[in-house]
Design a protein around this ligand. Structure first.
Ligand code: BGC
Length: 349
């Protein structure tokens, strides 16, 4: 079967090649791939800044934003042929740590977790893939057209889950959220902010086109000036750019009792001069919280499905700016200025 592979550690090694069918040891549920979303992590993997092959192998099958259809599953189990499914990315560490032991692998304490298509476990970028039933999530068949957005949505489901838990440390009635970065992660963060009844603001450098239009259609306010000029002090900020001056600006404008959620992975070597004394003083005197978030556990997949089901399907489907057949996968790996989410199509149905 065909798969998109990379050689971790070797820049620009992405290729479509013939690989053996997935081994039965990878799980009892056999899935036929429909679509695969491409994200910033994949670009980091391709440029060899990140990524590890499965033990004893030199290549890694790419892909962690999956959508597929079950081809075979054990009789009497929770899946049957024809079910629409998404694979869970992270698998718990083998020890397991206290978090992994209770299914909170997104909070793994010892870093020995594995991730499909990222860390020591083949991804979903092959014509067929296998999984254990406990690492697959059945999707409502109505989500066929946007189901590939499920995995990125889980990342924001976790972010909002943790923002809410932190907020509830005291009486909390947030009114405003600022999202920095209007890529797929930022736009889904904004969507989920709207679903929580908040006044949503999104900041990005792109001045026209689909990004501002999508924010406007959502009922949000779009900003393109520097973060210091948004003109209000947000109750919640979800930072999705990973850009140092934006992060510093977010820390400076956060409102009292505010929560700054860092959801964008920064590139290295971004030096920024900060006055830690003032930051500490402000954070203490204003009860601020800054926290980071990564990955998602099964509960967040459930939250994500709910969020997708209740959102406007036309709006959501516009996040997928390009679908590219597997045979042209190089096209998908070439970023265009108007891209939001690019999806590789393995099969039409
Ligand atoms: C994925 C997460 C993963 C993270 C770090 C992200 O792109 O969506 O599932 O945990 O990368 O590897």
């Amino acid at each position: 079967m065909k798969a998109i592979t990379i050689i971790p550690g070797k820049p620009n090694s992405a290729a479509v090649q013939d690989v053996p069918e997935p081994d039965a040891s990878e799980g009892s549920v056999l899935v036929r791939a429909l679509e695969l979303g491409i994200c910033g992590t994949d670009f980091e993997l391709i440029s060899a800044e990140y990524g590890w092959p499965p033990k004893g192998r030199d290549y890694l099958i790419l892909g962690h934003e999956s959508l597929g259809v079950v081809e075979q599953a054990p009789n009497g189990g929770s899946f049957k042929a024809g079910d629409l499914v998404v694979g869970i990315v992270r698998h718990p560490d083998p020890v397991p740590c206290v978090a992994c032991a209770v299914g909170e692998w997104d909070m793994c304490r010892n870093g020995e977790y594995t991730e499909r298509g990222i860390k020591e476990r083949n991804g979903f970028g092959s014509e067929r893939w296998r999984t254990q039933p406990e690492f697959a999530v059945k999707l409502d068949s109505n989500l066929r057209d946007v189901g590939v957005l499920m995995e990125p949505t889980t990342i924001l489901a976790k972010a909002w889950d943790h923002i809410t838990r932190i907020g509830e440390r005291a009486k909390w009635q947030p009114k405003t959220v600022l999202v920095t970065g209007a890529g797929p992660i930022g736009l889904i963060a904004a969507l989920m902010g709207k679903q929580r009844g908040l006044d949503v603001h999104v900041l990005d450098v792109v001045k026209e086109g689909l990004k501002p239009e999508l924010v406007k259609t959502l009922g949000g306010t779009y900003h393109t000036d520097s973060i210091e000029k948004v003109g209000f002090r947000p109750d919640v900020i979800i930072e999705c750019t990973g850009v140092a001056p934006v992060i510093a600006g977010a820390m400076a404008i956060l409102g009292n009792d505010g929560i700054l959620c860092l959801a964008g992975v920064s590139s290295h070597n971004q030096k920024e001069t900060l006055d830690l004394g003032t930051i500490n003083r402000t954070m203490v005197l204003e009860n601020s919280v800054i926290f980071g978030t990564v990955n998602a556990n099964r509960h967040h997949y459930e939250m994500a499905e709910e969020a997708l089901l209740k959102s406007d399907r036309t709006w959501l489907s516009r996040l997928i700016s390009r679908r590219v057949p597997l045979s042209d996968f190089h096209e998908a790996l070439h970023r265009r200025p108007d891209d939001i989410k690019v999806v590789i199509e393995f099969a039409k149905n």
